[in-house]
Ligand binder design. Structure first.
Ligand code: UDX
Ligand code: UDX
Length: 479
């Protein structure tokens, strides 16, 4: 309808949104397709400046392997800029990678996705694009978002300047996981491309086909592609919530969660991935995408299905509250004035991203009970932690919380005179620590709460005579 299906050779790509999805994805495409010129644009000047920083340690995103590839392609066929209109005007293909967070007010608040940024970007495309443009939904979007995009574009058709403009809309959701983005992009399980016109689908498939084998490229209709991304995230999150419920049963019964995970994961039908119990899932996607699915179900009056998926999030919230309550209870029911060392603030290892990190809720609960937190994370910046606390503790009206936490530069500093260590992110560095030494720095009696199951039998044996109390998620450790 919108397209003239012209099969011109793709040369210029624009990506709107230089975030955790847009940045690494375009870096990989630039690396694998040297014949393409790629402009990644963003309205956030600070972010673009960081992408262009000569010091690769200053890139806005930490991902293993990312800076090495950025160094190879930046300013050759990959360019970061704030000039959105110019990048749109010269693009044959535009990837939409802006954020689509859950709405926090108005209709659908707490469930529906906020498409304000996506809409703004589509309006800019309508204004500045020229000739035929393929618009690719890279951001995760609610099912039927392509309809919204079409409606906006059509509304511009009557304007004189739009006479020569045509579009194809493609859904190409990104499945990379943070922390392994480069590995996932280089060797994806699949690339999903949904659309209504086979020419446009094939043109996008040709880009990926430079390094992804044909059989891994799945071509579907638009709605299947949009829904598949929500469904995949919902299934993954459901697996995490499921194993977290089993971990609690393990603690009660004397079963061991690692043994149970291994036993059930060896069944190929279940699969051994995503069976690590922990403090609950975080990240910008799982909760948002499940709530988007719930909103969709409510819209179609599928209330039982909505409730089913919503429970995955309920269990996740409950797990975080359970862990903070357990810490308070073990520390004699009060943590007022006690120093607690938090190990890890990122929502998972190998990323500096803190969005929806379980560390936020757990820390918040501890601060509200009067604890003094000292936080160590090898990659998360202090500014980022501050932003999370300012929001969740409403620091502008509760100034007293400003001094309830501090970020430390070393684990020793975090631990000194603390009553407890709470491990919240499974960073490899935490697995290699000299626990015997660290335990000596704590105030006695003291506790280690290992929510990520990073302690092994050898660590436990080493600590046997130190008098430390240990709680490991999903294990019954005698005091
Ligand atoms: C992803 C999205 O692609 C979403 O679908 C996914 O489910 C989770 O978030 P991500 O890359 O992780 O996005 O988000 P973020 O790091 O916030 O990056 C989005 C970027 O878009 C930001 O840098 C923001 O400044 C930029 N943006 C936003 C614009 O350039 N223009 C806008 O109008 C709005
Ligand atoms: C997820 C999807 O995996 C990815 O395909 C999609 O594109 C974006 O959302 P991401 O959120 O980056 O990726 O990381 P993921 O590895 O899925 O982890 C999500 C959360 O689940 C993390 O907090 C992680 O710690 C937790 N998790 C994961 C567990 O608690 N246990 C597990 O076994 C696996």
């Amino acid at each position: 309808m919108l397209s003239n299906s012209s099969l011109k050779v793709i040369k210029n790509i624009c990506c709107i949104g230089a975030g955790y999805v847009g940045g690494p994805t375009m870096t990989m495409i630039a690396y694998k397709c040297p014949n393409l010129q790629i402009k990644v644009v963003d309205i956030n000047e600070k972010r673009i400046k960081a992408w262009n920083s000569p010091d690769l340690d200053d890139l806005p995103i930490y991902e293993p392997g990312l800076s090495e590839i950025v160094e190879k392609v930046r300013d050759k066929n990959l360019f970061f800029s704030t000039n959105v209109s110019e990048a749109i005007a010269s693009a044959d293909v535009i990837f939409l990678s802006v954020n689509t967070p859950t709405k926090i007010q108005g209709v659908g608040s707490g469930k529906a996705s906020n498409l304000e940024y996506l809409e703004r970007s589509v309006r800019e495309i309508a204004s500045y694009s020229s000739g035929h443009t393929i618009i690719v939904e890279k951001s995760t979007v609610p099912v039927k978002t392509a309809e919204t995009i079409k409606s906006i574009l059509i509304s511009y058709f009557n304007k004189e300047s739009s006479v020569e403009k045509t579009y194809s809309i493609i859904s190409n959701p990104e499945f990379l996981a943070e922390g392994s983005a480069i590995k996932d992009l280089e060797n994806p399980d699949r690339v999903l491309i949904g659309g209504e016109e086979i020419d446009a689908i094939n043109q996008i498939a040709n880009i990926y086909n430079q390094w992804v084998p044909e059989q891994k490229i799945i071509k579907t209709n638009l709605w299947s592609s949009e829904l598949s991304k929500l469904a995949a995230n919902a299934f993954l999150a459901q697996k995490v919530s499921s194993i977290n419920t089993i971990s609690v049963i393990c603690e009660k019964t004397g079963a061991n969660i690692n043994e149970v995970s291994r036993a059930i994961g060896s069944d190929k039908r279940i699969g051994d991935k995503f069976l690590n119990s922990g403090p609950g899932f975080g990240g910008s996607c799982f909760k948002k995408d499940i709530m988007s699915l719930v909103y969709l179900c409510n819209f179609y009056r599928l209330d039982e299905i909505a409730k089913y998926w919503e429970n995955v999030v309920t269990i996740n919230d409950w797990q975080q509250d359970r862990i903070s309550n357990l810490i308070i209870q073990k520390l004699f029911g009060t943590i007022r004035g006690k120093k607690i060392a938090i190990f890890g603030f990122a929502f998972k290892a190998d990323t500096n991203d803190t969005r929806e990190s379980p560390a936020i809720n757990i820390s918040k609960n501890l601060i509200l009970e009067g604890a003094q937190l000292s936080i160590y994370d090898p990659k998360v910046k202090e500014d980022n932690i501050k932003r999370e606390f300012d929001y969740c503790l409403d620091v502008s009206t509760n100034k007293e919380f400003e001094s309830s936490w501090a970020k430390t530069d070393s684990v020793e500093e975090a631990v000194k005179d603390a009553d407890a260590i709470v491990i919240l992110t499974e960073w490899v560095v935490f697995k290699k620590l000299n626990w015997n030494y660290l335990v000596g720095l704590l105030r006695k009696p003291s506790w280690i709460f290992d929510t990520r199951n990073i302690f092994n039998l050898r660590d436990l044996k080493d600590l046997k005579n130190t008098g430390i109390n240990i709680w490991i998620n999903g294990q019954d450790i005698p005091n």
